[in-house]
Design a protein around this ligand. Sequence first.
Ligand SMILES: Nc1ncnc2c1ncn2[C@@H]1O[C@H](COP(=O)(O)OP(=O)(O)OP(=O)(O)O)[C@@H](O)[C@H]1O
Length: 308
Amino acid sequence: MTEELAIDVEGITKSFDGRVVVDNLAMQVRRGEIYGFLGPNGSGKTTFLRMLCGLLQPDSGSGTCLGCDVLTESDQIKRRVGYMTQRFSLYEDLTIAENLRFVADIYQIKNAREAVERTVTSMGLEGRGSQLAGTLSGGWKQRLALAACLIHQPELLLLDEPTAGVDPKARRDFWEEIHRLSADGLTVLVTTHYMDEAERCHRLAYIAYGKLLAMGTLRDVLASAGLATWEVSGPELGALSKELHGREGVEQVTAFGNKLHVSGRDEAALERGIAALRASNRQTWRRIEPGLEDAFIGLMQTSEDNFR
Ligand SMILES: Nc1ncnc2c1ncn2[C@@H]1O[C@H](COP(=O)(O)OP(=O)(O)OP(=O)(O)O)[C@@H](O)[C@H]1O
């Protein structure tokens, strides 16, 4: 069974300066899977990734990454994992080929020159190997960073917000590439704040304050938020939004284009809270399935209640 799991850890805990940042986290990621790791800023995602790939030692917990012990076999793990950090970590004043060669040499890749040429070609950058990395657009920088992570042919990719600040077309291309790699058997654990990217993952985990709040398929995560959601369309939505705040059962009021989403965890209380407004017939109200963003905000509110 463990054979099929690229990541299998439990009880992973880390504190900085007496503050728990990752709290008793368990995660199982199957080989070949694209696993989305979500949570608000500062919730502990990067810290967790760094512990998985052996850059940081957990205070407690146990488990394996690619079958190697996360506490004692970090050197082996590092060789078999590609880690793309949040910030562009290549040298802007080196060329594309020089950057790749540098990474290839760090991993002591045999036939480094060939590996660099193969990578440049696979990125669709033939003939541009001598271009300075600093002159690439944001999207191309991301692709180069990804290519550098892949040069030693890792079995697991850890991607930390790989598409932050990248335009929609480049994001889409990037995700197509991730899916191609996963289809070839690579396992991918990726953090993101983009809901459309979360929806492209096979499974998801959502954390806040270092604690796991939900995990599973998109459907599982939506269900675990336990939200009832209404969509409202029509005139005067701004005024309606103000009226809704503070009403019984109303926990979220969010504008989506020219519609409002009104959500709460207590379905009956929510219905009581909105009854008079619905009866006024000023707008059209429709019960809908909550979206992932509704669900995450709901989960976040639950955790705020619990941690307050
Ligand atoms: N080396 C460190 N020393 C002290 N505190 C740290 C250290 N690394 C991270 N932290 C703190 O741990 C908390 C979790 O940070 P982390 O970067 O893991 O969160 P994150 O979920 O990746 O956030 P983001 O989505 O903003 O990238 C933050 O409060 C951060 O300031």
